[in-house]
Design a binder for this molecule. Structure first.
Ligand code: BG6
Length: 471
């Protein structure tokens, strides 16, 4: 089956942020099940296990595990033709290395997928969205160990085989590009992908480079495995990219901006260009990190065919080679852009940055793309009558969609869909808060997990339905 010719419209959610039911039907503990709630000013804390008296938001989510039918009905009413979900690896192989998969976990996801199909919503399935059995970190040392690749492949093979006839679109990973030899942002960004904190491992640059390399190889092998099981599968990988502008016309700023972006390309290069890029191997070598690539692995890279790139876009950043910068730093550790506003959580709002990014990706890779995440985390006020007047969210989405339209119509970019992040309010990944809301659908729950969980439609719900109908 070829990539959809009709634009897909919908949203993206992730298991650990919405399902809850963290022990139900045989699920094992995942790395996000031991991360506490935090806030914009108080970082989330990683415990190696569940500690008494702490709040762990993944344990309750928004109870999507039990309410998925009601929520999918709302998505259908909002005009969705696609929904990106993630499968929690620990529901399928609770410890990651179990002898056999957990049938109850498989059946749960089959039910969710069939419910989407019943509503004419195309399921887009992410196989790893920061959801990894905790046991793989403790027993194997996470992705730094190549055995983890084999265990991941076995899990992927189980999913590809079980859902061969009901899922077409897959993504091997979500945002593994946040992992690199350098600590880019904070411990949290290495933790989400590996269950390991950069600041707490010995020789972090080496460990993180190994993890990033092994995940890249795992993705390539999973793409090849999926295509063998069903050649009609469309298998992509999702990257979270923050394009960087040079602060001034000083060439130092341009070189820094290029370097900051290069980190986001090398894994895509490895999946599309037939080999793991030599420039990255050289960078590793300069750090004293030797990467062993067997003949068999070389063949996997040569055979790899990434069917699409999933683009998560929230913000742009600014690269400044100057040591001190009057404009201050934003959430992503880069300089602020004085021409642009920021969200309440300090994320730069830049609709044109989406167009800039899509052009770069299209010219560099020339394969189909889909916007897999984009949206505004904001404080919402629910009125007495249940309404939420979120004009700020409508403005954000409309401005981005207007730029997407220009990308497609004027820049001839090949983009086959737009999935906004968090169509229903869910737990924030970076802060663990509930009050950082993205949804078209309001969920009655606070940061401690108290509330009725009742769902109600915001103004943006109706706006999205009408906007996409008239696109
Ligand atoms: C993306 C992640 O990077 O950002 C999502 O893929 C996440 O899981 C989203 O939720 C928004 O971030 P946050 O911290 O506002 O939830």
């Amino acid at each position: 089956m070829a990539i959809s010719k009709k634009m897909l419209w919908g949203g993206s959610i992730a298991a650990h942020q919405c399902e809850g039911a963290y022990k139900t039907d045989g699920k094992g503990l995942g790395i996000m099940d031991v991360v506490t709630a935090g806030s914009a000013s108080a970082p989330r804390i990683f415990h190696g296990e569940v500690e008494e008296g702490q709040v762990y938001p993944s344990h309750y989510g928004i109870d999507f595990y039990h309410r998925y039918k009601e929520d999918i009905a709302l998505f259908a009413e909002a005009g969705f033709t696609a929904l990106r979900i993630s499968i929690d690896w620990a529901r399928i192989y609770p410890n990651g290395d179990d002898a056999a998969p957990n049938q109850a976990g498989i059946e749960h996801y089959r039910d969710v997928i069939m419910e989407l199909r019943r509503r004419d919503i195309e399921p887009i399935v992410t196989l790893f969205h920061f959801e990894m059995p905790l046991n793989l970190v403790k027993k194997y040392g996470s992705w730094a160990n190549r055995e983890t690749i084999q265990l991941y492949l076995r899990y992927c093979e189980t999913m590809f085989t079980e859902f061969k006839d009901i899922v077409t679109y897959w993504s091997t990973f979500n945002e593994m590009n946040h992992l690199d030899a350098d600590l880019l942002l904070s411990d949290f960004f290495t933790y989400m992908n590996t269950g390991l904190c950069y600041s707490k491992v010995e020789n972090p640059a080496k460990v993180m480079a190994e993890c990033a390399y092994n995940m890249t190889l795992a993705s390539v092998k999973a793409i090849n495995c999926g295509h063998r099981i069903n050649p009609d599968f469309q298998i992509g990988c999702v990257f979270g990219i923050t394009p960087s502008y040079a602060k001034t016309c000083n060439p130092d700023d341009s070189i820094l901006a290029y370097k900051n972006m290069e980190r986001d390309w090398y894994q895509i290069d490895a999946m599309c260009k037939g080999a793991f890029p030599e420039y990255k191997l050289n960078e590793y070598r300069k750090r004293g990190i030797e990467t062993k690539i067997s003949e068999e692995d070389k063949k996997e890279y040569a055979d790899s065919k990434l069917d699409f790139i999933g683009v998560n876009y929230y913000a742009s950043s600014v690269s400044s080679a100057q040591e001190s910068d009057d404009d201050g730093e934003n959430f992503f550790g880069a300089s602020n852009n004085p021409y642009l506003r920021q969200s309440d959580w300090g994320w730069t709002i830049d609709p044109q940055g989406l167009r800039y990014l899509l052009m770069m990706l299209d010219r560099r890779y020339n394969i189909p793309m889909i916007i897999t995440e984009n949206g505004l985390g904001a404080f919402d006020q629910k009125e007495q009558d249940g309404s939420v007047h979120d004009q700020y969210r409508i403005d954000y989405l409309k401005n981005h969609l207007d730029e997407l339209k220009k990308s497609i119509n004027e820049d001839c970019v090949n983009c086959f869909g737009y999935l906004m992040w968090g169509p229903i309010d869910l737990i924030s990944a970076t802060t663990g808060e509930m009050k950082k809301r993205y949804g078209f659908i309001y969920v009655d729950q606070d940061d401690e997990g108290n509330g009725t969980l009742e769902r109600s439609k915001k103004d943006s719900f109706y706006w999205f339905r009408d906007y996409t109908k008239n696109w």
